[in-house]
Design a protein around this ligand. Structure first.
Ligand code: HEM
Length: 424
Protein backbone atom coordinates (compact mmCIF):
# COMPACT_ATOMS: atom_id res chain seq x y z
CA UNK A 1 0.00 0.00 0.00
CA UNK A 2 1.30 3.46 -0.83
CA UNK A 3 1.11 5.77 2.18
CA UNK A 4 0.89 9.55 2.40
CA UNK A 5 4.53 9.57 3.52
CA UNK A 6 5.61 7.48 0.51
CA UNK A 7 4.06 9.99 -1.85
CA UNK A 8 5.58 13.00 -0.10
CA UNK A 9 9.03 11.57 0.00
CA UNK A 10 8.99 10.83 -3.74
CA UNK A 11 7.50 14.21 -4.68
CA UNK A 12 10.50 16.50 -4.12
CA UNK A 13 12.86 13.99 -5.73
CA UNK A 14 10.61 13.80 -8.81
CA UNK A 15 9.98 17.55 -9.03
CA UNK A 16 8.12 19.29 -11.85
CA UNK A 17 4.36 19.49 -12.26
CA UNK A 18 3.93 15.79 -11.48
CA UNK A 19 5.89 15.94 -8.22
CA UNK A 20 4.00 19.03 -7.14
CA UNK A 21 0.57 17.64 -7.88
CA UNK A 22 1.39 14.38 -6.09
CA UNK A 23 2.47 16.41 -3.11
CA UNK A 24 -0.64 18.64 -3.15
CA UNK A 25 -2.91 15.58 -3.47
CA UNK A 26 -1.77 14.25 -0.13
CA UNK A 27 -0.95 17.29 1.95
CA UNK A 28 -2.71 20.20 0.23
CA UNK A 29 -1.24 23.64 -0.14
CA UNK A 30 0.93 24.81 2.77
CA UNK A 31 -0.32 27.97 4.39
CA UNK A 32 2.89 30.00 4.38
CA UNK A 33 3.27 33.75 4.82
CA UNK A 34 4.59 35.74 1.89
CA UNK A 35 7.89 37.61 2.16
CA UNK A 36 8.32 41.34 2.83
CA UNK A 37 7.58 44.07 0.28
CA UNK A 38 10.64 45.92 1.52
CA UNK A 39 13.49 43.54 0.70
CA UNK A 40 15.99 45.66 2.61
CA UNK A 41 14.57 44.07 5.77
CA UNK A 42 16.11 40.71 4.72
CA UNK A 43 19.59 39.73 5.91
CA UNK A 44 22.39 40.67 3.53
CA UNK A 45 23.98 37.25 4.03
CA UNK A 46 22.32 34.73 1.77
CA UNK A 47 23.45 32.00 4.17
CA UNK A 48 21.80 33.69 7.18
CA UNK A 49 19.77 30.59 7.88
CA UNK A 50 20.78 29.81 11.48
CA UNK A 51 18.39 32.29 13.14
CA UNK A 52 15.50 31.25 10.90
CA UNK A 53 15.49 27.45 11.31
CA UNK A 54 14.14 25.26 14.11
CA UNK A 55 16.53 24.35 16.92
CA UNK A 56 16.47 21.27 19.11
CA UNK A 57 16.51 21.35 22.93
CA UNK A 58 20.29 21.79 22.91
CA UNK A 59 20.33 24.70 20.46
CA UNK A 60 21.51 22.63 17.48
CA UNK A 61 20.24 23.91 14.12
CA UNK A 62 17.64 21.72 12.44
CA UNK A 63 17.98 22.44 8.73
CA UNK A 64 14.83 22.59 6.57
CA UNK A 65 13.47 19.13 5.77
CA UNK A 66 13.33 19.40 1.98
CA UNK A 67 16.21 20.66 -0.13
CA UNK A 68 16.82 21.11 -3.85
CA UNK A 69 20.05 22.05 -5.62
CA UNK A 70 19.65 23.56 -9.10
CA UNK A 71 22.93 23.63 -11.04
CA UNK A 72 22.16 26.16 -13.77
CA UNK A 73 23.98 26.98 -17.01
CA UNK A 74 23.72 30.37 -18.71
CA UNK A 75 22.15 30.22 -22.18
CA UNK A 76 24.57 32.76 -23.58
CA UNK A 77 28.32 32.35 -24.17
CA UNK A 78 30.61 34.97 -22.71
CA UNK A 79 29.61 37.74 -20.33
CA UNK A 80 25.98 38.11 -19.31
CA UNK A 81 24.26 41.28 -20.55
CA UNK A 82 22.73 44.00 -18.40
CA UNK A 83 19.32 42.75 -19.48
CA UNK A 84 20.17 39.22 -18.24
CA UNK A 85 21.28 40.69 -14.93
CA UNK A 86 18.08 42.67 -14.49
CA UNK A 87 15.94 39.63 -15.22
CA UNK A 88 17.80 37.48 -12.75
CA UNK A 89 17.58 40.24 -10.12
CA UNK A 90 13.82 40.58 -10.70
CA UNK A 91 13.31 36.80 -10.50
CA UNK A 92 15.26 36.56 -7.24
CA UNK A 93 13.42 39.55 -5.74
CA UNK A 94 10.11 37.90 -6.66
CA UNK A 95 11.19 34.73 -4.88
CA UNK A 96 11.87 36.70 -1.69
CA UNK A 97 8.47 38.42 -1.97
CA UNK A 98 6.71 35.09 -2.48
CA UNK A 99 7.94 33.33 0.66
CA UNK A 100 8.83 34.43 4.18
CA UNK A 101 12.53 34.02 4.96
CA UNK A 102 12.29 31.10 7.36
CA UNK A 103 12.11 27.32 7.53
CA UNK A 104 8.37 27.14 6.81
CA UNK A 105 8.69 29.60 3.98
CA UNK A 106 11.90 29.44 1.98
CA UNK A 107 15.59 29.74 2.80
CA UNK A 108 17.72 29.84 -0.31
CA UNK A 109 20.89 31.17 -1.90
CA UNK A 110 22.47 31.75 -5.30
CA UNK A 111 26.17 30.99 -5.74
CA UNK A 112 28.58 31.28 -8.67
CA UNK A 113 31.38 29.03 -9.87
CA UNK A 114 34.94 29.98 -10.85
CA UNK A 115 33.90 28.90 -14.40
CA UNK A 116 31.19 31.59 -14.33
CA UNK A 117 33.76 34.25 -13.45
CA UNK A 118 35.99 32.99 -16.31
CA UNK A 119 33.42 34.53 -18.67
CA UNK A 120 34.86 37.94 -17.78
CA UNK A 121 38.19 39.38 -18.93
CA UNK A 122 39.13 40.41 -15.41
CA UNK A 123 39.85 37.70 -12.83
CA UNK A 124 37.83 37.17 -9.66
CA UNK A 125 38.91 39.66 -6.98
CA UNK A 126 41.94 38.51 -4.99
CA UNK A 127 40.09 38.74 -1.68
CA UNK A 128 38.06 35.65 -2.64
CA UNK A 129 39.68 32.24 -2.09
CA UNK A 130 37.62 30.11 -4.50
CA UNK A 131 39.63 28.15 -7.08
CA UNK A 132 38.12 25.65 -9.56
CA UNK A 133 37.23 22.31 -7.94
CA UNK A 134 39.92 19.63 -7.84
CA UNK A 135 40.39 16.18 -6.36
CA UNK A 136 40.93 16.36 -2.60
CA UNK A 137 42.24 12.87 -1.92
CA UNK A 138 44.61 10.50 -3.68
CA UNK A 139 41.83 7.88 -3.89
CA UNK A 140 39.02 9.78 -5.63
CA UNK A 141 38.16 10.71 -9.21
CA UNK A 142 35.12 12.94 -8.90
CA UNK A 143 33.25 14.72 -11.67
CA UNK A 144 33.58 18.47 -11.31
CA UNK A 145 30.56 20.74 -11.27
CA UNK A 146 31.40 23.72 -13.46
CA UNK A 147 27.90 24.97 -14.21
CA UNK A 148 27.56 28.74 -13.78
CA UNK A 149 25.12 29.14 -10.96
CA UNK A 150 23.95 27.03 -8.03
CA UNK A 151 20.54 27.84 -6.54
CA UNK A 152 19.93 26.03 -3.24
CA UNK A 153 16.30 25.93 -2.05
CA UNK A 154 15.29 24.70 1.40
CA UNK A 155 11.97 24.53 3.25
CA UNK A 156 10.16 22.36 5.76
CA UNK A 157 7.26 22.29 3.28
CA UNK A 158 7.79 20.16 0.16
CA UNK A 159 5.25 22.08 -1.92
CA UNK A 160 7.13 25.32 -1.19
CA UNK A 161 10.44 24.16 -2.67
CA UNK A 162 8.62 22.68 -5.67
CA UNK A 163 6.55 25.81 -6.35
CA UNK A 164 9.55 28.09 -5.82
CA UNK A 165 11.57 26.03 -8.29
CA UNK A 166 8.85 26.11 -10.94
CA UNK A 167 8.32 29.86 -10.70
CA UNK A 168 12.05 30.57 -10.71
CA UNK A 169 12.59 28.45 -13.82
CA UNK A 170 9.60 30.08 -15.55
CA UNK A 171 7.36 27.00 -15.61
CA UNK A 172 4.65 29.00 -13.83
CA UNK A 173 4.15 32.76 -13.45
CA UNK A 174 3.56 32.94 -9.71
CA UNK A 175 4.12 31.25 -6.36
CA UNK A 176 2.22 31.63 -3.09
CA UNK A 177 -0.09 34.14 -4.77
CA UNK A 178 2.78 36.43 -5.79
CA UNK A 179 3.23 37.20 -9.50
CA UNK A 180 6.84 36.87 -10.61
CA UNK A 181 8.21 40.00 -12.32
CA UNK A 182 10.63 37.73 -14.24
CA UNK A 183 12.05 34.22 -14.24
CA UNK A 184 15.39 32.68 -15.16
CA UNK A 185 13.86 31.30 -18.38
CA UNK A 186 15.93 32.43 -21.36
CA UNK A 187 18.90 33.37 -19.16
CA UNK A 188 19.81 30.16 -17.32
CA UNK A 189 18.49 26.60 -17.27
CA UNK A 190 19.17 23.04 -16.18
CA UNK A 191 21.35 21.64 -18.97
CA UNK A 192 21.19 17.99 -17.86
CA UNK A 193 18.88 15.82 -15.75
CA UNK A 194 21.69 15.37 -13.23
CA UNK A 195 21.81 19.15 -12.69
CA UNK A 196 18.75 18.92 -10.46
CA UNK A 197 19.56 17.24 -7.13
CA UNK A 198 17.45 16.76 -4.05
CA UNK A 199 17.56 15.62 -0.48
CA UNK A 200 16.15 15.77 3.02
CA UNK A 201 17.06 16.42 6.64
CA UNK A 202 15.36 15.02 9.69
CA UNK A 203 15.13 12.34 12.31
CA UNK A 204 13.54 9.23 10.86
CA UNK A 205 13.69 10.30 7.25
CA UNK A 206 16.62 7.99 6.28
CA UNK A 207 14.97 4.95 7.92
CA UNK A 208 11.69 5.67 6.14
CA UNK A 209 13.52 5.72 2.82
CA UNK A 210 15.93 2.80 3.30
CA UNK A 211 13.88 0.09 1.56
CA UNK A 212 15.02 -0.76 -2.00
CA UNK A 213 17.79 1.78 -1.86
CA UNK A 214 21.20 0.98 -3.32
CA UNK A 215 23.91 1.23 -0.66
CA UNK A 216 21.76 0.23 2.34
CA UNK A 217 21.43 -3.45 3.33
CA UNK A 218 18.00 -4.88 2.60
CA UNK A 219 17.28 -5.83 6.24
CA UNK A 220 16.75 -2.15 7.06
CA UNK A 221 19.46 -1.47 9.67
CA UNK A 222 19.16 2.35 9.77
CA UNK A 223 17.83 3.23 13.26
CA UNK A 224 14.28 4.62 13.22
CA UNK A 225 15.23 7.96 14.81
CA UNK A 226 18.49 8.56 12.93
CA UNK A 227 18.93 11.73 10.86
CA UNK A 228 21.71 10.07 8.81
CA UNK A 229 21.86 6.80 6.86
CA UNK A 230 25.00 5.98 8.85
CA UNK A 231 22.97 5.87 12.06
CA UNK A 232 24.22 8.92 13.96
CA UNK A 233 23.40 12.59 14.33
CA UNK A 234 25.71 15.38 13.16
CA UNK A 235 25.97 19.14 13.29
CA UNK A 236 26.44 19.81 17.01
CA UNK A 237 26.46 23.56 17.65
CA UNK A 238 29.87 23.53 19.35
CA UNK A 239 31.42 21.68 16.39
CA UNK A 240 30.14 24.13 13.80
CA UNK A 241 31.54 27.47 12.64
CA UNK A 242 29.33 30.53 13.17
CA UNK A 243 27.95 32.45 10.20
CA UNK A 244 30.09 35.42 11.34
CA UNK A 245 33.26 33.43 11.17
CA UNK A 246 32.68 32.09 7.64
CA UNK A 247 31.92 35.57 6.24
CA UNK A 248 34.44 37.02 3.78
CA UNK A 249 35.93 40.02 5.58
CA UNK A 250 36.91 42.45 2.84
CA UNK A 251 36.74 43.34 -0.82
CA UNK A 252 33.76 43.52 -3.17
CA UNK A 253 32.27 40.27 -1.82
CA UNK A 254 32.60 41.14 1.88
CA UNK A 255 29.74 39.50 3.76
CA UNK A 256 29.62 36.65 1.25
CA UNK A 257 31.17 33.21 1.80
CA UNK A 258 32.58 30.27 -0.13
CA UNK A 259 30.64 27.05 -0.50
CA UNK A 260 32.04 23.65 -1.38
CA UNK A 261 29.40 21.12 -2.42
CA UNK A 262 30.38 17.48 -2.81
CA UNK A 263 28.19 14.47 -3.40
CA UNK A 264 29.16 11.24 -1.66
CA UNK A 265 27.69 7.84 -2.42
CA UNK A 266 27.31 5.62 0.64
CA UNK A 267 27.83 1.83 0.62
CA UNK A 268 26.79 0.63 4.03
CA UNK A 269 26.68 -3.18 3.70
CA UNK A 270 29.85 -3.72 5.75
CA UNK A 271 29.22 -0.69 7.97
CA UNK A 272 26.16 -2.42 9.34
CA UNK A 273 26.96 -6.04 8.43
CA UNK A 274 30.50 -6.42 9.76
CA UNK A 275 30.70 -3.93 12.58
CA UNK A 276 29.27 -3.74 16.06
CA UNK A 277 27.72 -0.54 17.41
CA UNK A 278 30.94 0.18 19.37
CA UNK A 279 33.04 -0.23 16.22
CA UNK A 280 30.77 2.19 14.37
CA UNK A 281 31.09 4.71 17.21
CA UNK A 282 34.88 4.32 17.11
CA UNK A 283 35.03 4.91 13.37
CA UNK A 284 32.54 7.79 13.32
CA UNK A 285 33.68 9.68 16.45
CA UNK A 286 36.79 8.13 18.08
CA UNK A 287 37.89 4.91 19.80
CA UNK A 288 37.74 6.84 23.08
CA UNK A 289 34.05 7.60 22.52
CA UNK A 290 33.45 3.85 22.15
CA UNK A 291 35.62 2.85 25.11
CA UNK A 292 34.01 5.35 27.46
CA UNK A 293 30.44 4.81 26.22
CA UNK A 294 29.91 8.48 25.38
CA UNK A 295 27.47 7.82 22.53
CA UNK A 296 24.04 6.35 23.21
CA UNK A 297 22.00 5.28 20.19
CA UNK A 298 22.30 7.86 17.45
CA UNK A 299 24.07 10.29 19.78
CA UNK A 300 21.42 12.83 20.80
CA UNK A 301 22.71 12.39 24.38
CA UNK A 302 25.83 14.34 23.41
CA UNK A 303 23.77 17.54 23.54
CA UNK A 304 25.49 20.37 21.69
CA UNK A 305 29.07 19.04 21.63
CA UNK A 306 30.49 15.85 20.12
CA UNK A 307 33.36 15.89 22.73
CA UNK A 308 35.77 15.21 19.91
CA UNK A 309 38.14 17.91 21.23
CA UNK A 310 38.88 15.63 24.18
CA UNK A 311 40.18 12.95 21.82
CA UNK A 312 42.68 14.87 19.71
CA UNK A 313 45.88 14.94 21.78
CA UNK A 314 46.38 11.19 21.81
CA UNK A 315 44.79 10.29 18.48
CA UNK A 316 47.84 8.23 17.48
CA UNK A 317 47.95 6.33 20.77
CA UNK A 318 44.24 5.51 20.39
CA UNK A 319 44.84 4.29 16.83
CA UNK A 320 47.63 2.02 18.04
CA UNK A 321 45.64 0.66 20.95
CA UNK A 322 42.31 0.11 19.17
CA UNK A 323 43.41 -0.28 15.52
CA UNK A 324 40.94 2.36 14.43
CA UNK A 325 40.67 6.10 14.04
CA UNK A 326 37.52 8.21 14.12
CA UNK A 327 36.14 10.33 11.28
CA UNK A 328 35.19 13.37 13.39
CA UNK A 329 38.42 13.16 15.36
CA UNK A 330 40.57 13.14 12.22
CA UNK A 331 38.70 16.01 10.56
CA UNK A 332 38.74 18.11 13.75
CA UNK A 333 42.55 18.18 13.67
CA UNK A 334 42.40 20.82 10.91
CA UNK A 335 39.02 22.31 11.80
CA UNK A 336 40.15 24.94 14.34
CA UNK A 337 41.78 28.29 13.57
CA UNK A 338 44.62 29.78 15.62
CA UNK A 339 42.15 31.05 18.19
CA UNK A 340 40.48 27.65 18.51
CA UNK A 341 37.36 28.60 16.52
CA UNK A 342 35.72 26.02 14.25
CA UNK A 343 36.40 26.75 10.56
CA UNK A 344 33.64 24.94 8.62
CA UNK A 345 29.88 25.40 8.75
CA UNK A 346 28.61 22.04 7.46
CA UNK A 347 25.06 21.99 6.12
CA UNK A 348 24.87 18.54 4.59
CA UNK A 349 21.72 16.59 3.79
CA UNK A 350 20.90 13.03 2.78
CA UNK A 351 19.64 12.01 -0.64
CA UNK A 352 18.07 9.14 -2.55
CA UNK A 353 18.81 10.62 -5.98
CA UNK A 354 19.19 7.90 -8.63
CA UNK A 355 17.94 5.30 -6.13
CA UNK A 356 21.18 5.41 -4.13
CA UNK A 357 21.89 6.42 -0.55
CA UNK A 358 24.02 9.50 -0.90
CA UNK A 359 24.83 12.74 0.81
CA UNK A 360 24.95 16.26 -0.60
CA UNK A 361 27.60 18.04 1.42
CA UNK A 362 27.52 21.85 1.29
CA UNK A 363 30.17 23.35 3.55
CA UNK A 364 30.61 27.10 4.13
CA UNK A 365 33.96 28.62 5.05
CA UNK A 366 35.64 31.99 4.66
CA UNK A 367 38.08 30.61 2.08
CA UNK A 368 38.19 27.31 0.22
CA UNK A 369 41.66 26.51 1.58
CA UNK A 370 40.01 25.77 4.94
CA UNK A 371 37.83 23.10 3.33
CA UNK A 372 40.77 21.57 1.49
CA UNK A 373 42.79 21.37 4.71
CA UNK A 374 39.99 19.79 6.74
CA UNK A 375 39.34 17.27 3.99
CA UNK A 376 43.07 16.45 3.90
CA UNK A 377 42.94 15.81 7.65
CA UNK A 378 39.88 13.57 7.16
CA UNK A 379 41.80 11.61 4.51
CA UNK A 380 44.10 10.39 7.29
CA UNK A 381 46.88 9.51 4.86
CA UNK A 382 49.22 9.83 7.86
CA UNK A 383 47.47 7.15 9.90
CA UNK A 384 48.71 3.92 8.23
CA UNK A 385 52.24 4.91 9.32
CA UNK A 386 51.04 4.89 12.94
CA UNK A 387 49.80 1.30 12.90
CA UNK A 388 49.37 -1.32 10.16
CA UNK A 389 45.83 -1.96 11.46
CA UNK A 390 44.75 1.32 9.89
CA UNK A 391 44.97 1.34 6.11
CA UNK A 392 44.10 4.09 3.66
CA UNK A 393 40.45 3.10 3.54
CA UNK A 394 40.18 0.46 6.25
CA UNK A 395 39.62 1.27 9.93
CA UNK A 396 40.32 4.85 8.87
CA UNK A 397 37.16 6.71 9.89
CA UNK A 398 34.33 6.25 7.40
CA UNK A 399 36.45 6.19 4.24
CA UNK A 400 35.60 2.55 3.54
CA UNK A 401 31.92 3.43 3.12
CA UNK A 402 31.78 6.80 1.36
CA UNK A 403 32.75 7.58 -2.23
CA UNK A 404 33.06 11.08 -3.62
CA UNK A 405 31.14 11.36 -6.87
CA UNK A 406 31.20 15.13 -7.52
CA UNK A 407 32.76 18.31 -6.28
CA UNK A 408 32.06 21.96 -6.98
CA UNK A 409 33.33 25.25 -5.57
CA UNK A 410 31.08 28.30 -5.36
CA UNK A 411 31.13 31.91 -4.23
CA UNK A 412 27.99 32.96 -2.36
CA UNK A 413 27.93 36.75 -2.83
CA UNK A 414 26.13 39.04 -0.40
CA UNK A 415 22.45 39.46 -1.31
CA UNK A 416 23.13 42.84 -2.89
CA UNK A 417 25.37 41.12 -5.49
CA UNK A 418 23.54 37.86 -5.99
CA UNK A 419 22.33 38.56 -9.57
CA UNK A 420 25.07 37.64 -12.08
CA UNK A 421 27.85 39.52 -10.25
CA UNK A 422 30.92 40.94 -11.97
CA UNK A 423 34.23 39.53 -10.72
CA UNK A 424 35.43 42.68 -8.94
C1 HEM B 1 28.46 10.25 4.60
C2 HEM B 1 29.33 11.19 4.92
C3 HEM B 1 29.50 11.76 6.29
C4 HEM B 1 28.88 11.46 7.47
C5 HEM B 1 27.79 10.43 7.71
C6 HEM B 1 29.46 12.31 8.48
C7 HEM B 1 29.09 12.29 9.81
C8 HEM B 1 29.72 13.02 10.80
C9 HEM B 1 29.40 12.95 12.20
C10 HEM B 1 28.36 12.02 12.82
C11 HEM B 1 30.21 13.81 12.85
C12 HEM B 1 30.29 14.06 14.35
C13 HEM B 1 29.28 15.04 14.81
C14 HEM B 1 29.47 16.46 14.37
O1 HEM B 1 30.34 17.17 14.86
O2 HEM B 1 28.75 16.85 13.42
C15 HEM B 1 31.00 14.48 11.85
C16 HEM B 1 31.92 15.46 12.11
C17 HEM B 1 32.63 16.13 11.14
N1 HEM B 1 32.68 15.83 9.80
FE1 HEM B 1 31.60 14.43 8.88
N2 HEM B 1 30.42 13.11 7.91
C18 HEM B 1 30.48 12.80 6.58
C19 HEM B 1 31.31 13.37 5.64
C20 HEM B 1 32.18 14.40 5.89
C21 HEM B 1 32.93 15.08 4.88
C22 HEM B 1 32.93 14.77 3.39
C23 HEM B 1 33.65 16.04 5.49
C24 HEM B 1 34.56 16.98 4.78
C25 HEM B 1 35.63 17.52 5.21
C26 HEM B 1 33.33 15.98 6.91
C27 HEM B 1 33.82 16.80 7.88
C28 HEM B 1 33.49 16.75 9.21
C29 HEM B 1 33.98 17.69 10.19
C30 HEM B 1 34.87 18.89 9.92
C31 HEM B 1 33.44 17.29 11.41
C32 HEM B 1 33.56 18.01 12.75
C33 HEM B 1 34.83 17.75 13.45
C34 HEM B 1 35.03 18.81 14.50
O3 HEM B 1 34.48 18.70 15.58
O4 HEM B 1 35.73 19.77 14.17
N3 HEM B 1 32.43 14.97 7.10
N4 HEM B 1 30.70 13.96 10.61
Amino acid sequence: MTTRRDVLKAAVAAGGAAGLSACLDVSGESDVPTGPDDLSTLPDRQYAWGEYVRHDDHGNEQLPRHQVLLYLTLERDGEPTEDDRERVAAAFDSLNRAYAWDHEGLLWSAAYSPAYFDRYDEPLHGSVDCPPPHALSPFEEPEFDTQDLLVHLASDNPDVVLRAERALLGETGSANGVEFAASLDGVASLAADSDRRTGFVGRGMPAERQGDLKGVPSDGPVPAESPLFMGFTAGFAVNQASEDSVAIREGPFAGGTTKHVSNLRQRLEDWYGEQSFEERVAEMFSPEHAEKGWVEGVGFNLGDDSRVDETLDDIEAQAEEYGRVGHAQKAARANRDDDGNVRLLRRHFESTDEGEASLHFPSLQRGMTAFDEVRAAMNGTDMPAVTPAVRQRVNNGILEYVFVERRGNWLVPPRSKRALPRPR
